[in-house]
Write a new protein. Structure first.
Ligand code: NAP
Length: 320
């Protein structure tokens, strides 16, 4: 058993988790942050911003800032006030007993690695990807999963969006503010998106549809140069010369760890009490993309991390 019980353990280290760390550290709660382990997906220390290049919409950086640098800044700021960061992944949690129990490494180990009076969950979400060669490497170099973040970089260019749901259609409509042409590549011949979004897209002169198409190859060395689309009906292929590819085929919140412990919505996102970061377990708070299937921005994640820190602090006060 770990000797001491920590007041706050934060699981996850994107903008939400690290903002919670800054606030709880400055409240003298000596937070421990389990920041995750390096990987090629957004499920890693720093979260989704580690997979982006320039971030131009995070307030306070009039010249923009590189995503990974922004996360170094967050991290340094949290450590400056005494947050303890550990580059490990939580492998199991038990929120059924107090103090709460958190394992790192072997989930079947009899003793947990950490005991905590309160836990802040900020494990984020991942964009679903096509799983093609070059896809991850070219993120930030033509391949993107966020039109709000990156649309601005594609002024007067021809780009494509993959997917047929509300996200794809909404992103395509948004991207027509910048791009000269947006091709929606969808693997079927009808959209999944809501009727109103479809109508808006069909009426938009800048949007073209490539039906029954599956992106099968992403071309480019240092930057995206084009994609190969395979016809899902006859197997024929076609190359599209696009400088931007927005993958909008859905998101997956990183909530498997909390299965059976915290309430989740049908789409897997954690449930929080509206207007707060409280989960169904008193003393466990959730912030950032793990509980946000709507805004999904670094700044909203950071804001909700601040909420979680204040919720945790006030809740701890009522307990001590
Ligand atoms: P979604 O509804 O699950 O749609 C995903 C789309 O991607 C589908 O069209 C699917 O094709 C396609 N797809 C999935 N895997 C693929 C693959 N490997 N290769 C190619 N295509 C693939 O996801 P979403 O659009 O992100 O929406 C998620 C939820 O958020 C939905 O409930 C949606 O209504 C909601 N949302 C609402 C708004 C809004 O109201 N403003 C905006 C965005 C999202 P198939 O159709 O063939 O399955």
């Amino acid at each position: 058993m770990p000797a001491d019980v920590r007041d706050v353990v934060i699981i996850g280290s994107g903008p939400a988790g690290l903002t919670a760390a800054i606030y709880t550290a400055r409240a003298n709660l000596a937070p421990v942050v389990l920041e995750g382990e390096p990987s090629s997906t957004s499920d890693q220390p720093g979260g989704q911003l580690m997979l982006t290049t320039e971030v131009e919409n995070f307030p306070g950086f009039p010249e923009g800032v590189m995503g990974p640098q922004l996360m170094v800044n967050f991290r340094d700021q949290a450590e400056r006030f005494g947050a303890q960061l550990h580059t490990v992944k939580a492998s199991r949690v038990d929120f059924g007993q107090r103090p709460f129990r958190i394992w790192v490494g072997d989930p079947d180990a009899p003793a947990p690695t950490w005991l905590a009076n309160s836990v802040i969950v900020s494990t984020g979400a991942q964009s679903l990807m096509l799983g093609l060669d070059n896809e991850t490497r070219l993120i930030g170099h033509g391949v993107s999963t966020c039109a709000t973040c990156d649309g601005f970089f594609f002024r007067d260019q021809e780009i494509a969006v993959v997917g047929g749901g509300d996200s794809a259609v909404e992103e395509a409509s948004f991207l027509t503010k910048f791009a000269s042409k947006v091709t929606i590549i969808h693997r079927r011949d009808e959209l999944r998106a809501s009727k109103i979004m479809q109508d808006r897209a069909f009426a938009n002169d800048k949007i073209e549809f490539h039906w029954n198409g599956q992106v099968s190859e992403i071309i480019g060395e240092d930057r995206l140069e084009g994609v190969v689309v395979t016809d899902t009906q006859d197997g024929s292929t076609e190359r599209l010369d696009v400088s931007g590819l927005f993958v909008a085929i859905g998101h997956k919140p990183n909530t498997d760890l909390f299965d059976g412990q915290l309430d989740r919505k049908d789409n897997g996102y954690l449930v929080t009490v509206p207007g707060s970061s409280r989960t169904n377990v008193e003393g466990v708070f959730a912030c950032g993309d793990v509980q946000d299937d709507y805004y999904r921005q670094a700044i909203t994640a950071a804001g909700s991390g601040c909420m979680a820190a204040i919720d945790a602090e006030r809740w701890l006060e009522t307990q001590h």
